[in-house]
Design a protein around this ligand. Sequence first.
Ligand code: SAH
Length: 239
Amino acid sequence: MRKIGILFCLVFSFLISSQNCESKKTKDDWKMKREIMVKEQIEARGIKDPLVLQAMRKVERHLFVPAQYQDSAYNDYPLPIGNGQTISQPYIVAFMTEQLALKGGEKVLEIGTGSGYQAVILAEIAGEVYTIEIICELAESAKKRIEQMGYKNVFVRCADGYQGWPEKAPFDGIIVTAAPDHIPEPLIAQLKPGGRMIIPVGEFYQELILVKKLLDGRIEKQSVLPVRFVPMRGEAEKE
Ligand code: SAH
């Protein structure tokens, strides 16, 4: 009887510990998942900018999602981050970042901080990143997360991003990750001549629009990809 008890205990503890082994990933396991993500989802779809690829390989996306979604963090789809919001699909983050054509050292504005993942990808390339989130709870947790990771060049504010961040304007690049039904005029005004903005525009059907401010101040717009983003709240919803 005693022998059976010991056997049961051994089998039981083996099962428990093997389960732990399943869910406990090492830094190298996560790194390998990122490598596969970059190869199969991002390079395979034509993203070439080495600065973007390097940032996507480096930033630990699983640290930006709630614990129950960590194992899916490198999969080819968006994930919930709380408060009814989502972190974008990795390919979309890479695509939008590439559209800004950053070379390093620029000043960039993001509207829709969410988890802070896109902001950190930008911070790997640009000089300074200013990011605005309308849900203060998300802004606070993103700010903490980004600080804990040691980034000193990301500045988070809780506000309606429709008005941009006039005190820090003009920006070399603006990236908007919530969709208004028109391009907010203050954001165009805060773009530096020679600068680029990438923004999803539309209600149910949305297009990513690349806005270029030419050196003479003229504006050029080009539709580059059909997308689905959460709607931009606040001022953008008014008629
Ligand atoms: N870039 C984020 C994902 C953004 S999801 C990431 O990497 O995780 C879109 C975010 O835009 C949501 O968090 C939403 O609350 C925010 N948002 C919606 N309307 C906004 C507005 N007017 N100003 C600032 N943020 C807004």
